[in-house]
Design a protein. Structure first.
Length: 95
């Protein structure tokens, strides 16, 4: 019975979070971007794929239509949706 009351108290303390902390956490939320074009492989062994992505408007209207070149590690194809934590930096182009 004691464990149950501790769990309920822990849940109650999690619920008492100020609205300001939710607003700050939302600004750090990942931004969704659709892979529009595969540009090629890069890296010393070709383990990284360079892609051109375009941001979706559903999460951030100010980024709608903006595109970036990013490096992706792992399998990716056109039409995939990436969750990007950082949206300012662009990858250097392949040579």
């Amino acid at each position: 019975v004691e464990f149950t009351s501790v769990a309920i108290l822990a849940q109650a303390s999690l619920l008492s979070v100020s609205p300001l902390s939710f607003a700050m956490a939302d600004s750090n939320a990942p931004k969704l971007a659709v892979v529009r074009q595969i540009l090629g492989r890069t890296g010393s062994r070709g383990g990284v794929i360079q892609v051109k992505v375009e941001f979706t408007s559903e999460d951030n209207p100010e980024l709608k239509g903006r595109s970036l070149v990013r490096n992706v590690k792992g399998p990716v194809r056109e039409g995939d949706i990436l969750a990007l934590l950082e949206t300012e930096r662009e990858a250097r182009r392949l040579r």
